[in-house]
Design a protein around this ligand. Structure first.
Ligand SMILES: NC(=O)C1=CN([C@@H]2O[C@H](COP(=O)(O)OP(=O)(O)OC[C@H]3O[C@@H](n4cnc5c(N)ncnc54)[C@H](OP(=O)(O)O)[C@@H]3O)[C@@H](O)[C@H]2O)C=CC1
Ligand SMILES: O=C(O)C1=N[C@H](C(=O)O)C[C@H](O)C1
Length: 266
């Protein structure tokens, strides 16, 4: 399978190039970076610490799509929307890991999935997707007396907050309670906030150093507390999941899928 990587010089992009190289039956079809990037013209494999591939990083997205069976995209929300539109036009499968998308941007990707296979997930690790399922189950079991708070920590370079994974955990908890996350989420507390309102789902965001990704869902009641935690210590887990998802798209019907579909957890 020929797999291309959008944003192939990024933190995730380089891991993805390594993972494609290591995967049986997969070859790198090409890699992109935006106009003005100092990496244009470099070999994406060399940049990822691998033997030369003979490919050059390009801003010609259309050419890279044409060379690929599937495209993996961990870039920025605006770029991902443009890539989803191109995937719809060309019928190329797309795996989206980008987070921080607005409701409109998510709707644009959903619309593109009417014409091609798109797998989109805020976290591609097996562990976090299991945590999504567990969070929904625990939220449904414990009920409203257990206040739900979600704490996440990431490296100092991360640009969106709360993380896509934290929001995904919030959606799973809200689903377990049979409510809509947008109606109950509390992402900012500052000053005299008054007591905590029952039923809210709170988020706390920490940023610093080189933390790959830590997430904890806390269920706090009078007298006890349940905590579900996942800690990623290597971006390889996300890259492995993304390449697994790219292979999984082969032969699927158009539609919007999640990592839960890929892992059979749905
Ligand atoms: N779903 C998951 O499992 C995971 C998701 N993520 C998400 O993936 C995204 C990327 O994270 P990370 O790798 O750390 O970020 P980086 O900033 O390291 O990488 C993003 C790369 O994409 C490039 N890029 C931006 N716009 C375009 C474009 N139009 N065309 C081609 N390339 C482009 C950037 O170039 P430049 O720097 O020049 O702008 C950069 O090289 C984030 O949204 C993050 O939250 C991260 C890890 C796991
Ligand atoms: O930006 C990151 O690094 C990560 N982003 C994803 C998110 O927003 O949840 C996934 C992972 O935690 C790393």
């Amino acid at each position: 399978m020929k797999i291309a990587v959008m944003g192939c010089a990024g933190r995730m992009g380089r891991m993805l190039v390594q993972e494609i190289h290591a995967a049986d039956g997969c070859t790198l079809a090409g890699g992109t970076e935006p106009a003005g990037s100092p990496f244009l013209g470099s070999d994406p494999a060399l940049l990822a610490g691998l033997p030369a591939s003979g490919l050059s990083i390009t801003e010609d997205v259309a050419a890279v799509f044409a060379a690929a069976d599937a495209v993996i995209d961990f870039t920025s929300p605006a770029a991902t929307v443009a890539h989803a539109r191109l995937a719809a036009e060309t019928g190329t499968a797309l795996v989206v890991g980008t987070t921080g998308l607005s409701a409109d941007q998510t709707a644009a990707i959903t619309a593109a999935a009417a014409s091609t296979v798109i797998m989109m997930a805020p976290n591609m690790s097996v562990g976090v997707n299991l945590l999504f399922a567990l969070t929904q189950q625990v939220a449904a079991t414990l009920g409203i007396d257990y206040d739900i708070e979600i704490v996440e920590m990431h490296h100092r370079h991360k640009v969106d907050a709360p993380s896509g994974t934290a929001l995904g955990l919030g959606r799973a908890a809200a689903r377990g309670r049979g409510v809509d996350l947008d109606a109950v989420k509390e992402t900012v507390r500052d000053g005299v906030t008054g007591p905590r309102e029952a039923g809210k789902i709170g988020f706390a965001t920490l940023r610093g150093g080189d933390v790959v990704g830590d997430h904890t869902v806390i269920f706090a009641a009078d007298g006890e507390r349940v905590e579900l935690t996942h800690k990623a210590s290597n971006r390889g887990v996300f890259a492995k999941g993304a390449v697994r998802a790219a292979r999984w798209t082969d032969g699927r019907s158009p539609g919007l899928y999640s990592m839960m579909d890929v892992l059979g957890l749905n």
